[in-house]
Ligand binder design. Sequence first.
Ligand code: OGA
Ligand code: MN
Length: 288
Amino acid sequence: MLELVPITEGIGTEVRGVDVTGHISDRDFGRIYQAWIDTTILLIRGQHMTPAQHVAFTRRFGEVYAYTRSKFDHPEHPEILVLSNIVRDGKPIGSAYSGRVWHTDGHYLTDPPAGSMLYALKVPPVGGDTWFANMLGAYDALPQHVKERIDDLKVVISRVQSRPYNYPDRPAPTAQEIAEWPDVPQPLVRVHEESGRKAIYAGGNVPWRIEGMSEDESRPLVTFLQEFSVQPRFTYRHRWQPGDIVLWDNRSAMHQATPYDYTAHHRLMHRTTVAAPHAAVPTGRAAS
Ligand code: OGA
Ligand code: MN
């Protein structure tokens, strides 16, 4: 029987009593979907999905699409992005260092994805956990005068500016990348299309500029919001076991990967992505 259990007081729902490859009635699915919207992440443990079943289950939440590096797409199921440090025949089978700073996927896209579903196949004994933060809860907890100050602001998301924060080990963006990556203004406070609730949408780590403000003016406000959002009361650190599924609502949650001993242990995760409702589904390639 379906059971929905809060993960912590501040974030997430654990879905128990389901086999995601079996039949889930519309009524049960409706409750699961609502818990996702309301609490920003779902955890479902002990699952066994083939890639096709993973894609099919993801499809119940919306249109599935691939927006990331195609070189790490699953060879038979391009809707699946492989995250792994495993090297086969001298070639990495997946993206090894995704999401090491707090972020929301595709913040730099005009139609960021609605969500992502991560499925654990192999996990290291220590580390390789993923943090999640509930940005609805963070917004709700802000003092009223801060809400009023930020409600109508826009934050300028720049892939070029974020590169050294996300990938300190990579070279600076090339002239071509700079030309291909225009800045994207995003609402600093994002109103969820489905619930109408507000979420802080400042991202993490990069001291973004706010439209109409100088960098010096923007930095303290943006940094304050980013730090406020990841307080323990809004966050959860998931320690993966093989068979775990976590689906996050990318409109209202941030996440961050944690390191592990890449030289001693293997981590293998499959990720699917849910497109924003009504979005023109992008077909181009982009890094996470
Ligand atoms: C992602 C991501 C974090 C992780 O898949 O978008 O950031 O812990 N993953 O693998
Ligand atoms: Mn990510």
